[in-house]
Design a binder for this molecule. Structure first.
Ligand code: AMP
Ligand code: ZN
Length: 303
């Protein structure tokens, strides 16, 4: 008999409880009212923090301008994770051929063309073109949230293809950006700890693609550009990242022409809450019925 798979087991429990609804594609779920209320409460929690920081809130669609995507360097580093939106721009004759191919299981996507948008890979990407030009003295803080897409189909219910991300971002001076990440991640870990989650900060790397990717990943770890807060969801040995803190340096400031008030290339940093992963972590930690969660957790979250 095959060994039990804790990832599939948890996915099945969440589906049996009708918290998540399967769609037939791994990592793509419908969400129940109960699940969605947890998501909304986490979003409100991050928003309260953003308000304290005087961050401008921006709610984003799940798609990103292709022109913005082209400047993020995402394709160079993570070609296997991205998703592109394609559209039909043909005439009547092309339409007839499209329909014929659909009805005969033919290659109809070959008749589509790239649209003006791609699927958003990270909430903060949409922000940088909005910051082009000279920033005010002291830089700016934003709070950005929305659905993201990453092509990483998995039976792990905490590894979705479409998931919510809520980030608190700073754009401006390099030392303030570093502090934003360092202090912001500590603050975020505190918020998650108050929800009864056992979260540990660890140095991390992004999953850079290919042979060159491992060198980039090693550099990222060595320079501590990425830290993650991990908590056990399906496995004590392999805890899951539910929050990350990222120093981008001038990775976005340079291609998007963002300058500090002093005319230097702006640095940026973000603290990203994985809202769906936090939701799943809470359901695992406190039980599948939020009405039964400990009073202080409910009082802290659902306000
Ligand atoms: P990253 O940009 O990879 O640091 O992602 C920010 C946060 O989003 C991570 O800390 C995770 O909590 C969450 N996240 C990343 N990938 C996924 C995924 N495939 N499914 C659900 N949440 C994710
Ligand atoms: Zn970000």
């Amino acid at each position: 008999m095959a060994a039990p798979d804790p990832y599939r087991e948890l996915r099945d429990r969440l589906i049996d409880a009708e918290l998540l609804f399967p769609t037939g594609v791994e990592g793509l779920y419908g969400r129940s009212q109960t699940y969605q209320e947890i998501v909304a409460a986490i979003d409100r929690m991050v928003h309260r923090w953003g308000t304290e920081l005087k961050a401008t809130a921006v709610y984003l669609p799940p798609v990103l301008a292709r022109s913005t995507f082209n400047s993020t360097n995402y394709l160079q580093s993570f070609p296997d994770l991205m998703g592109s939106v394609h559209v039909f721009r043909g005439n009547d004759r092309d339409h007839a051929e499209l329909v014929r191919r659909v009805e005969t299981d033919g290659d109809w996507p070959a008749l589509l063309e790239p649209g003006e948008v791609v699927l958003s890979s990270a909430a903060c990407h949409a922000l940088y073109p909005m910051c082009s030009g000279r920033l005010p003295l002291g830089g700016r803080r934003y709070e950005v949230s929305g659905f993201c897409f990453r092509h990483e189909p998995s039976p792990d219910p905490a590894r979705m293809q479409a998931f919510n991300m809520h980030e608190v971002v700073y754009v401006g001076d390099h030392d303030v950006a570093q502090r934003h990440r360092d202090e912001g991640l500590v603050h975020g870990l505190g918020l998650l700890g108050d929800l009864g989650l056992d979260v540990t900060p660890v140095p991390a790397n992004d999953p850079f693609f290919g042979r060159l990717g491992s060198a980039l990943a090693a550099g990222q770890i060595e320079e501590e550009l990425k830290l993650e807060g991990v908590t056990p969801i399906c496995s004590e040995d392999k805890p899951t990242a539910i929050i990350s803190g990222n120093c981008h340096r001038d990775h976005f400031g340079l291609p998007f022409g963002i300058e500090t008030d002093a005319g230097e290339v702006a640095h940026s940093a973000c603290v990203a809450f994985g809202v769906d992963r936090i939701t799943v972590a809470l359901l695992v930690r406190h039980g599948l019925d939020p009405a039964e969660w400990p009073g202080p957790v409910r009082a802290g979250l659902f306000r």
